[in-house]
Design a protein around this ligand. Structure first.
Ligand code: SF4
Length: 326
């Protein structure tokens, strides 16, 4: 069953210009953060959204939980267009959909005690008495591995390690029994030594609460550990999508191939496949013509700068946007 559906979604952010510049030209310019993206997430699935920074991954995540509205297109949650949900139904949806931000330090109020930060979600939804909220908060603190919970309840964020803060973030996201969690780079800011523990916690919570995740990461190696399917983004577009093992073992799009070949391998004799050529991701204000990856693609040919490739099915539930496959 499809839980989340993105249909031809675009998100353009207007660029603020100085007074003189706006006098000289009337044309508005936009950052095309997400440019005509369609995909689904099945209930209970972990979909990994990967790509370099600037590819539009975080914007997709924010759109998926209605933190921002699309410029064009529709996003459905449980079959309903989330832009049209209002009032009590919106409050109910807010309970079901949660977002965890990349930096746990900046997502926690430095002056708010951990217990209050977590139970605030219950307070805002009008759930339970003060005593019930405290009991439920201590239970979730214990569940995310912060025990004994009473010793964490009154602490301030600066009294916690990076890994403990990330556990608090997951406690806050799950206290309302959500269905769908968008988690943005959940292990990017924690030590390598506790990365596996956080991912394990994430997957334990998934089992216990029957969660569906949109897992945003730049790290394909981590995605392989937790995801069922993967969607690769480049400059606001989806370029490849499919079962994580199929994509990982046999990447089709030259960009996916480059990302996978950039993953360090412990064997120095291991054969390296094509890496992404050096160079910055181009500006999403004025993306390259045709295939947006063509200035960096080692396999580009005449058709690539003039014609934009469509995302097409190539069998086994895989999709790819590259002229090599059409
Ligand atoms: Fe490379 Fe052309 Fe495929 Fe784009 S369409 S990824 S430039 S081969």
């Amino acid at each position: 069953m499809k839980l989340v559906e993105f249909k031809s979604v675009k998100k353009y952010f207007p660029i603020q210009r100085g007074f003189l510049e706006s006098m000289l030209t009337k044309d508005k310019t936009f950052v095309r953060a997400v440019d005509d993206v369609s995909f689904d997430i099945e209930k209970g699935e972990v979909l990994g959204l990967v790509g370099e920074s600037g590819s539009g991954k975080t914007t997709i995540g924010r759109l998926g939980v209605r933190l921002i509205a699309p410029t064009e297109g529709q996003i459905f949650y449980g079959g309903k267009d989330i832009a049209k949900i209002k009032g009590a139904e919106l409050r109910k949806m807010r309970r079901k959909i949660q977002f965890t931000f990349q930096d746990p330090t900046s997502s926690l109020n430095p002056r708010m005690q951990i217990g209050t930060a977590i139970s605030d979600a219950l307070r805002l939804q009008g759930i339970g008495t003060n005593e019930e909220m405290k009991e439920r908060t201590e239970k979730i603190l214990d569940r995310v591995g912060l025990h004994p919970p009473s010793t964490f309840y009154d602490r301030l964020p600066h009294q916690l390690s990076g890994g403990q803060k990330q556990r608090v973030v997951f406690a806050r996201a799950t206290i309302l029994n959500p269905e769908f969690v968008v988690t943005d780079e959940p292990v990017a800011m924690v030590d390598v030594s506790i990365k596996a523990q956080i991912l394990e916690l994430m997957m334990d919570l998934k089992k216990e609460y029957d969660l569906t995740y949109l897992f945003i990461t730049h790290d394909l190696a981590t995605a392989r550990y937790v995801c069922d399917r993967i969607a690769v983004m480049y400059l606001g577009k989806l370029v490849e999508m499919g079962d994580i093992h199929l994509v990982y073992e046999d990447p089709l799009h030259p960009y996916t191939l480059g990302l996978i070949s950039a993953i360090p391998v412990p064997d120095p004799k291991a054969k390296k496949s094509e890496a992404i050529p050096e160079g910055e991701i181009p500006s999403p204000i004025d993306p390259p013509s045709g295939c947006r990856f063509h200035p960096r693609c080692p396999r580009a040919f005449e058709r690539c700068p003039v014609e934009e490739p469509e995302l097409v099915d190539v069998g086994d539930g895989r999709q790819v946007a590259c002229h090599l496959y059409t």
